[in-house]
Design a protein around this ligand. Structure first.
Ligand code: UD1
Ligand code: CA
Length: 457
């Protein structure tokens, strides 16, 4: 196998998106398009990946980080000009270079691998990844000669009526002999409708030099969708969503309504978990087996154990254990650690708290900046008072504590192991272990007072 290089084209503005967000950063199933491309390319045993950046350069760099090297294209003069920007980094090196557009988020590593292999087997200087489309409008067309060999690629805008009837298109992904690529790029001109330096022109140049140019047609035309506007963006989203959902279903996950279930590309889900409609699972979320998620749950960057139920709830950036029961209508905010067998019921908000094994907050609570032990029961309406308007403080509730309904725990405060807090208490001082703490005004009953006030009509 020859040394492999990759060039990702990501400098364009994406005028047709009509957006302040640069095109390649638009997310598909929650992940920016260019990130999808680089993640797939990264699976290919590539020696050096160079991303061409221009519009939104800093943002693209921030997104991809160390996954790629970068070359800046100051002015967007076309795809050939874009590739030229990698000259300093790559020209003169022996090997094969794959060029991929940052706006083809559905392209798969396996297809690119097959393209590499085809390129090597045919001993070509250039191999184009092509696809047949029912509606090829907007794409560059593959023009073949009488014997079926590729002659050139003609852009839609430059194509004759006849050429426009061709359904085989340039997907924007190619393999090149690296030396031949940079040599041919010097001959590309901008003599076309758009006044741009087109990378596809390299094909005709190499062909005219008598070099072998080949094409590899993928069956999966959906994979080659180039996203230029928001209609195509929604189409990419639909295809990617289907692909992801089918992957999980084949892995033993039940998805009740795949058309209404939104799972990010990096989410992992265990067998026999059931996902109900309206659920959005994103980021680096990992869900164990035998869970029930949804309907309508939003889970981002969470680790969830086995046998856990999360109904109609939101959870972000947290650890959630096994056999936990959350919702309906609960909110688990970042940096929470919900241990096994916990119950978090309706209208309970947990923020940056550790919630110990088997503990419960079943109704109407706010637990923020707290360390809750195991076997704790937090009664309906009880809250931690963690914020004085300036600083946040810790509430510590030790194992087996019982917090009566509608109590305020004013932090910093510790409720000792096994203690009871009477309903309606406002606790401002530590409660010793095993104590009963009552912190509310004593009830006074004034007999016959209603009559005395003479309020009755
Ligand atoms: C391009 C191809 C077309 C192919 C289609 C596949 C050319 C001239 N045309 O057309 O044959 O069918 O992709 O989707 O290559 N870019 C830069 N710098 C530039 C111009 C573009 O980095 O100066 C980047 C863009 O950010 C984008 C990619 O190159 O990610 C493709 O550019 P775009 O303008 O979308 O090309 P298409 O018109 O779609
Ligand atoms: Ca495009």
């Amino acid at each position: 196998m020859s040394t492999r290089y990759a060039i990702i084209l990501a400098a364009g503005k994406g005028t047709r998106m009509k957006s302040k967000l640069y095109k390649v950063l638009h997310p598909v199933c929650g992940k920016p398009m260019v990130q999808h491309v680089v993640d797939q390319v990264s699976k290919l045993n590539i020696n050096e990946i160079v991303t061409i950046i221009g519009h939104g350069a800093e943002k693209v760099k921030e997104q991809l980080g160390g996954q790629s090297k970068y070359a800046l294209q100051q002015e967007q003069l076309g795809t050939a000009h874009a590739v030229m920007q990698a000259k300093e980094m790559l020209a003169g090196k022996e090997g094969v270079t794959i060029v991929v557009c940052g706006d083809t988020p559905l392209i798969k590593a396996e297809t690119m691998e097959a393209l590499f292999r085809h390129h090597e087997e045919t001993n070509a200087k250039a191999t184009i990844l092509t696809a047949k489309l029912e509606d090829p409008t907007g794409y560059g067309r593959i023009i073949r000669n009488g014997e079926g060999f590729v002659e050139k690629i003609v852009e839609h805008k430059d194509a004759t009526e006849d050429e426009r009837t061709v359904k085989e298109i340039n997907t924007g992904t190619y393999c090149f002999d690296n030396i031949a690529l940079f040599q041919a790029l010097q001959h590309v001109s901008n003599d076309n409708v758009q006044g741009e330096y087109y990378l596809p022109d390299v094909i005709e140049i190499l062909k005219k030099q008598g070099e072998t140019v080949s094409a590899y047609q993928t069956e999966d035309f959906e994979e080659t969708l180039g996203v230029n506007d928001r209609v195509a963006l929604a189409e990419a989203e639909r295809i990617m969503r289907k692909r992801i959902n089918e992957f999980h279903m084949r892995n033993g996950v039940t998805i009740i309504d795949p058309g209404h279930t939104y799972i990010g590309p990096d989410v992992e889900i265990g067998q026999d978990t059931i996902i109900y409609p309206g659920s959005v699972l994103s980021g680096k979320t990992v869900i164990g087996s035998d869970c029930q998620i949804g309907p309508n749950s939003e889970i981002r960057d969470c680790q969830v154990g086995m046998n856990t139920v999360i109904r109609q709830s939101v959870a972000h950036n947290s650890m959630i254990g096994s056999s936990v029961n959350i919702g309906p209508f609960a909110h688990i905010r970042p940096e929470s650690n919900i241990h096994d067998e916990v119950r978090i019921g309706n209208f309970v908000e947990i923020k940056k708290s550790d919630f110990g094994k088997g503990s419960k907050a079943s109704h109407l609570s706010y637990i923020g900046d707290a360390e809750v032990g195991s076997g704790v029961n937090i009664g309906c309406g009880s809250i931690t008072v963690n914020y004085d308007g300036k600083n946040k403080y810790l509430t510590k509730i030790e194992d087996e504590v019982f917090i009566g309904c509608n109590s305020n725990l004013v932090a910093p405060v510790t409720i000792g192991r096994g203690a009871y807090v009477a309903a309606g208490s406002t606790i401002t001082e530590d409660v010793p272990a095993e104590a009963l703490s009552i912190a509310r005004a004593r009830q006074v009953n004034k007999e016959n007072y209603v009559e005395k006030l003479n309020l009755k009509k």
